[in-house]
Design a binder for this molecule. Structure first.
Ligand code: R5P
Length: 292
C-alpha cells in the first residue's frame, strides 16, 4: 500500500491562475476546435456560462419540470448560454435550427430504482456527438463510489475520444448517498477529474472552502445546482460560487422547478455575467415574474 501524502494547504485562492492567450484557465494550450467549442459554451466577455441542465431523465425519467421539455424548456433556450441534455432529447425535442451550444450527457446505466448509481458506462459514441454538432460532452465520475475505477476509466476513454475529435469533456462529480459533501471531498474529486484529462468540471457548492476547490482545480469549474431551493438562496449560492472562482453554473432544478423559470434564469445570468448581488438579482426575479 503506497503511503498517501497529506493534502496541501497553500491554495492562494486570491491569485487567479494565468491563462495566456485564452480566457479560460487551463485551456490555453488546447487545440483550435476544442477552444472554439469552449468559447461557444462559455461567454468570452465574462469568462462564464449559464448552462441549463435538463439531463435528469437519463436515470430518473420525467422529472418534475421536465415532463414536457417541448413546453417547459424550449422557451428557455434563448436565455441560457448552453444546454446540457441527452442526445435522445436533442434529436426528439430540441429544434435543430437552435444556435445554442449543446453539451451532451455521455454516460448512463442504472436507474433511480437501483441503490447503486455508480454502475455507469459510456452511453454515446464520440462520432455521434460530432454528428450532432455538440459543443461538449459530460460524464459522471463517482470518486469514492463502488464503481469508482470504472467511472474514471469511462471518463478517460471519453477524454481520449474527445481529444481526437476536438470535443471538450465535462467531468461531473457524482456524490453517492453516503458521501460527505465537503471541500476536502470536492478538492479531491475535482482535481482527479482535471488531472485525468477533463477540460472542465461540474461540481456542487459547499459553504466552507469552496474557493480552495476552485483554486486547486487547474481547469474551469461550473457549479451544479442541486435540489430546488427558495430563489434567493439559489441566487446566493450561484453568486458565492462565481465570486469564489467558479466559471459559471450548470443548473437545472433551481431554474426549471421555479414557478417563474424565465425570470429565474435571467436572475441567475445577472449574477453570473454581471456580478449582480443576490438581493438585487432576487428583486430582478420578482419584477420579471410579476411582468409574467
Ligand atoms: C447530474 O447528475 C444531473 O444529471 C444534473 O445535470 C445535475 O444534477 C444538475 O442539475 P441540478 O441543478 O438539478 O442538480
Amino acid at each position: 500500500m503506497p503511503e498517501a501524502d497529506q493534502e496541501g494547504k497553500r491554495y492562494q485562492a486570491e491569485t487567479p491562475q494565468a491563462a495566456p492567450g485564452f480566457f479560460l484557465k487551463g485551456c490555453h494550450q488546447l487545440d483550435w476546435g476544442m477552444k472554439n467549442r469552449l468559447a461557444r459554451t462559455f461567454n468570452p466577455a465574462s469568462g462564464r456560462t449559464v448552462m441549463l441542465a435538463i439531463d435528469h431523465g437519463y436515470f430518473q425519467g420525467p422529472t418534475t419540470g421536465l415532463e414536457r421539455i417541448d413546453l417547459s424548456i424550449v422557451p428557455l433556450l434563448p436565455h441560457c448560454d448552453a444546454l446540457f441534455c441527452t442526445r435522445g432529447i436533442l434529436r426528439s425535442t430540441i429544434p435543430a435550427d437552435s444556435q445554442k451550444p449543446m453539451v451532451l450527457r455521455a454516460s448512463g446505466g442504472p436507474s433511480i430504482l437501483r441503490d447503486e448509481l455508480s454502475d455507469e458506462q459510456i452511453a454515446m459514441d464520440m462520432d455521434d456527438a460530432v454528428r450532432l454538432n455538440a459543443a461538449g460532452v459530460g460524464i459522471q465520475v463517482f470518486i469514492g463510489g463502488e464503481h469508482e475505477t470504472r467511472s474514471i476509466h469511462n471518463m478517460t476513454k471519453l477524454v481520449d475520444a474527445g481529444l481526437r475529435a476536438g470535443m471538450p469533456v465535462m467531468g461531473v462529480t457524482a456524490v453517492g448517498k453516503a458521501m460527505t459533501r465537503n471541500a476536502q471531498y470536492f478538492r479531491l474529486a475535482c482535481r482527479m477529474i482535471a488531472e485525468l484529462g477533463a477540460q472542465y468540471v461540474k461540481t456542487y457548492y459547499v459553504e466552507e472552502g469552496f474557493e480552495t476547490v476552485t483554486a486547486s482545480c487547474p481547469v474551469p469549474i461550473v457549479m451544479a445546482g442541486g435540489k430546488k431551493l427558495p430563489e434567493l438562496e439559489a441566487l446566493t449560492m450561484a453568486s458565492n460560487a462565481v465570486q469564489q472562482g467558479a466559471a459559471g453554473v450548470d443548473m437545472g432544478r433551481n431554474i426549471f422547478q421555479s414557478d417563474a423559470p424565465k425570470a429565474m434564469i435571467a436572475a441567475v445570468a445577472a449574477v453570473v455575467h454581471q456580478n449582480m448581488k443576490p438581493k438585487d438579482a432576487f428583486e430582478l426575479f420578482r419584477s420579471l415574474k410579476a411582468k409574467g
